[in-house]
Design a protein around this ligand. Structure first.
Ligand code: DGL
Length: 271
């Protein structure tokens, strides 16, 4: 038995963990941020897969039976290979889940025009995971994607608050909206982006729905645990949360407050 593992390249997955803790507070969580090697969004398929597998193995070694890839880039580039090729060899009873499928499953319900925008990292956009997955559940929807190569770096360095940073974000939002006139729903397809939600909304015409993944992924996890009682019984429930980072713990503890409430005391690990 062990905590639920939550993995991201850096801080973004904390936005997902924050929702997990609000809705499912009884579980124990172990968060791992690979801050030393973030961002992943501009890295190749092979590198994202290799780094993600290392992180998943680290969480398994620390007792997790269930790991959530709270990172769209890792979900897009590594999840399927880990599920299909690696898990059977590591331990067929352990589970790894991602954040793209739960979001893609229900996003069609948010749109009246059936035109959906996706803002994400270059890695997630080039994988085409969102269009492919959304089409499976909502074939009537058209999906327009725009890659935002600088956003994760801007957010992690707090430059998203500067005039220059805001200009970059504005340009990307305009580029997405120029792809189709009546996009009425935008998925924030990177777990860092909820930090920008208010600003993005302020740039958009009224009636455009900006959707972050936290509550969607949490609903999906709650449902998964209900449907899989044997996994649920392997998740410890003392309401604790611990944090691991591959970078400086002092920096992690300080920056984490941007994404999650409460005091963060992280431990350093080498991946
Ligand atoms: N939070 C990650 C995601 O959801 C950021 C990826 C990155 O490190 O660039 O895609």
């Amino acid at each position: 038995m062990g905590p639920i593992g939550v993995f991201d390249s850096g801080y973004g997955g904390l936005t997902i963990l924050s929702d997990f803790r609000k809705r499912l507070p009884e579980y124990d969580y172990l968060y791992l941020g690979d801050n030393a090697r973030a961002p992943y969004g501009t890295r190749s398929f092979d590198v994202v897969y290799e780094f993600t597998l290392q992180a998943v193995n680290e969480l398994f070694d620390r007792g997790c039976e269930l790991v959530i890839l709270a990172c769209n880039t890792a979900s897009a580039k590594a999840l399927r290979t880990i599920q299909q090729n690696d898990l059977p060899n590591i331990d067929p009873k352990k589970r790894v889940l991602g954040v793209i499928r739960p979001s893609a499953e229900i996003i069609g319900q948010f749109s009246k025009t059936n035109n959906i925008g996706v803002l994400a990292t270059p890695g997630t956009v080039s994988s085409d995971s969102y269009p492919v997955e959304i089409k499976k559940f909502s074939p009537q929807c058209n999906v327009f994607q725009h890659a935002c190569p600088l956003w994760v770096t801007l957010i992690e360095s707090n430059e998203h608050l500067s005039h220059a940073g805001k200009e970059f974000i504005l340009k990307d939002v305009e580029a997405l909206m120029a792809m189709k006139k009546d996009i009425d729903t935008i998925v924030l397809g990177c777990t860092h982006y909820p930090v920008l939600k208010g600003y993005i909304e302020s740039l958009l015409p009224e009636g455009v729905n900006v959707v972050s993944q936290g509550s969607i992924v949490t609903d999906s996890l709650a449902d998964y645990l209900l449907r899989h009682p044997w996994i649920d019984s392997k998740c410890t429930k003392n309401g604790t949360v611990s944090f691991l980072t591959s970078e400086s713990t002092a920096e992690f503890n300080l920056n984490a407050s941007k994404y999650i409430e409460g005091i963060v005391n992280s431990t350093h690990i080498s991946l």
